[in-house]
Design a protein around this ligand. Structure first.
Ligand SMILES: [Mn+2]
Length: 353
């Protein structure tokens, strides 16, 4: 159990003093960072509700845009997007609070000037990034915990330490902020799990997780399925046997190549294009890289680019080439390059249709 004093032991922050200082103002504008993510936007939503219990009027501002996922999350949890896009009438606020923002450059050029000229000593910060001296210098009070995994946690602890109970929506907003910033618990710590276990029974966890599933457009799904239906499969006997597949689509080559690797290929090369222009994308597994010692960009796609009178390159496990010709011709050339470079026999495995 967390100690029930106002000074939080984990982050050594004085939440009570933060709220006391804020209570000296009547209207406070809550500022998200540019392309606001769920941690910034939803933390600001919850902070708005916390301030409301203290009789403080506040609005959430997204000075330069909101990310797609933050938008979806806010609508799913709260039923509407209750945010000022831009900074209209921002100067009506008696004070401002930066939420998940570590430098003024993350707001907007215009707002940066307004903050500097009008809000010195009336600026609050709640954040988990290393603070920039430019803002801490002009801030009235800041709650900054660079070792916290998300701003959402700090908002939760603020409510808890000051005895404010949060509604279900607010707890769900905290959960999504944490899920987003920890990349679904990849970058995490004990405090994150402690908070999640405290709120777990109050939130609809599996439906919140669904927010992170990316909707794939139907055209892209068709391209992936066609790539699978058209693939040619080869096996290479090296110190570990490898599976190589080639295929073609008219668009979404990269996504199709990734899908084929997910299906089980060690290397997938997918060609696409029209009107005599061809584009080839390749993706491979770590096993392919370790077994062959090849670099897809430097060893395969650069050569292929030259062969198709264009250019190619990329990373070790994700690369592409553009040039002239048909997908079929380009794939034959790709297989020839592979035969030369992989040392080992590329044997086709016939697929019955
Ligand atoms: Mn964050």
């Amino acid at each position: 159990m967390l100690k029930k004093n106002l000074k939080n032991s984990t982050f050594n922050l004085d939440f009570g003093e933060f709220l006391n200082e804020m209570s000296k103002f009547r209207k406070i504008g809550l500022i998200c960072h540019h392309n606001a993510d769920p941690d910034s936007l939803l933390s600001a939503y919850v902070l708005r509700n916390i301030l409301k219990t203290k009789g403080i009027e506040s609005k959430v501002y997204a000075p330069s845009d909101i990310s797609e996922i933050a938008r979806r999350a806010a609508i799913k949890i709260y039923g509407k997007l209750d945010v000022v896009s831009g900074i209209m009438d921002i100067e009506n606020n008696d004070a401002l609070c930066l939420v998940d923002v570590s430098t003024l450059d993350q707001t907007s050029k215009e707002l940066k000037e307004i903050i500097r000229s009008k809000y010195e000593g009336k600026l609050f910060i709640i954040d988990h990034h290393a603070p920039h001296p430019e803002i801490t210098k002009i801030a009235r009070y800041s709650l900054i915990a660079p070792n916290a995994c998300s701003t959402g946690e700090l908002i939760y602890l603020l409510a808890k330490a000051t005895g404010i109970s949060l509604a279900k929506e607010d707890l769900e907003a905290i959960a999504v902020a944490i899920l987003y910033d920890t990349r679904r618990f990849i970058i995490t710590d004990k405090e994150v799990f402690r908070i999640m276990s405290e709120i777990y029974d109050e939130v609809d966890y599996s439906s919140l997780l669904n927010l992170f599933k990316k909707e794939i457009k139907i055209d892209e799904r068709i391209a992936k399925l066609k790539a699978a239906a058209r693939l040619k499969l080869y096996k290479v006997e090296l110190k570990e046997p490898l599976l190589v597949v080639i295929s073609h689509v008219s668009s979404y080559e990269a996504s199709a190549a990734r899908a084929l690797v997910e299906l089980g290929a060690d290397l997938a090369i997918v060609a696409g294009g029209k009107k005599g222009l061809v584009r080839i994308c390749a993706r491979c597994t770590k096993r392919f890289l370790e077994t062959t010692g090849l670099h897809l960009g430097k060893d395969i796609m650069m050569d292929l680019g030259r062969e198709i009178s264009g250019s190619g390159g990329g990373h070790a496990s994700a690369a592409s080439a553009n040039g002239i010709g048909t997908p079929e011709e380009a794939l034959i050339k790709a297989i020839n390059i592979l035969r030369m470079k992989m040392g080992g026999n590329l044997k086709e495995i016939r697929c019955e249709r």
